[in-house]
Structures are given as structure tokens and as C-alpha cells.
Unconditional design. Sequence first.
Length: 276
Amino acid sequence: MTDPYTAAAVFAALATGRRLGLATDRAEVLHARSNVLVRMGPVVARAPGATRVARPDPAGWLARDVAVSRHLTERGVRVVSPTIDPPAGPHFTEGLPVTLWHWTRHDPDHRHTASGTARSLARVHEALRDYPGELPTRGPVEDLLRMLDSHGASLAGEADRIRTETVRLAQELPTGPGRPLHGDAHPGNLVETPDGPCWLDFEDTWRGPLEWDLAVLARQGGPDMLAAYPGEADEAVLATCTRLRELFAVVWQLLVTKRFPRRDEEARAALRAFLS
């Protein structure tokens, strides 16, 4: 049975597609996790799924994804690109934002090498250096504090400890303007196309230390990917970012149980392990 978050996202995607004359009669749901992806011919609609739990008003994140992806596309970096005709949006159906993307043929079973992943991420970082748009400056910290404000009462009775740890880690991050980051640079956001590696999902882009993206990359891709990145990382900052990413993942896991209650015990066990 489809959960209500997926159902609402699919409804919004199809309604947007019909309004814009897309091929809704051949629609196919490609993905239904944090965001829901619905393919309509050469266009893929993206609408929030589980992200609505943590971000009750996700339109800003989806708009950022479009803007950053367009910037990278214009600079010749291989990313999943937003549409131009029809406009990428966000479009709105009953208050739910939907963005539109070119269908990008890819191999879902391909596993990138450590060096290939790291080098392609470095190209993204280089092209983002001159990104002119406004970006958050405390990305995951702001997200965590916002989630605590909205859902602290349901976080297994540990909201105060989570907040204390979030503030402590935020104080250990470098001060200064930072640099534009992918924000969620794990290998699952890199696909292999006929033209080579292609990054996607830039809604979490923010200005911060390079070590944040490297911590995300290493946490899910392993130390070889970190070692292959063509640049130096500050070990202390990397350790802070790794801990912050782990905390973010645990809190996100807890909030997702609002959509998938059967995962509650697993999520609470992860929180206990993190805080032990």
C-alpha cells in the first residue's frame, strides 16, 4: 500500500504534468524515498516525500537544487539538468512543490571507482566556486536545530542531548564564509551515464568547510574515496564533520519513522548507539 507522502507527491507530479502537457499517460514512479521521482516521457518530476517530515516547507530546498544544477550545467559539469521548456519550477499543486528535470539515461548497477568518484566531485567543487546565488551558511546545523524545534518531543526523549551535541559540534566548525558544497555528496547521488559520471540532488548545497562533503563521501563510500580526493583535509575539521553527519543521519532516521512506523525500533537503537 502506498504511504500518504508518496501518494501526495505522485498526485502533485501528475497534476503538474497534465497542466504542462507532459506524457502523464505513460508515467512511471522511479523512486519514492526522501523525494519522489515520476517520469513522464523525457521529463522527470521531483516532489518531496519524506523530506516533508523534516522540512514542512521544502520549496526553498527544491528551488536551490534547480538553481545550483543549472549553474553547473552552464559550466559544462555533468549533472542531471533542470528543464527549460517547460520551466523547471518549482511548480505547486495544492501547496506541494514540484521541479522538472531531463530524463538522464544511466546504469543503476554501475559502481564507480574511488578515484573516479573523488575526481568528479572535485570538478563539481571547482565549478561551484563562483556560484553567485544565496546559500545557507550553517546547512546541517540549521537543519538539525529546525528539526528539533519541530519534532523534539518525539525524538525518543533525547532532544536536549541532541541539541547540546549539535551546538557543541557547530562551535567546532571553522568560522568564515566557507565555500559552496554539494551538501549530500554520497556515492548514491552519483550515477553513470553514457557520457560518464553524473551528480544529482543539490538541494542541500550550502557554504561551509570542504571537509563536510569529504566526510559525507567517506562515511558512505569508504576511506579510499577520501584518499583519492585531489586536495587536503584538516583532520580535526573532518572529524567534527563526520560526527555531525552521523548525528544528522540518526535524527533523519528517527523522523522518517513518522512515514514508516515499522522502522521505529531500528531508529531508536541507532540513536542510543550514537549517544552512548
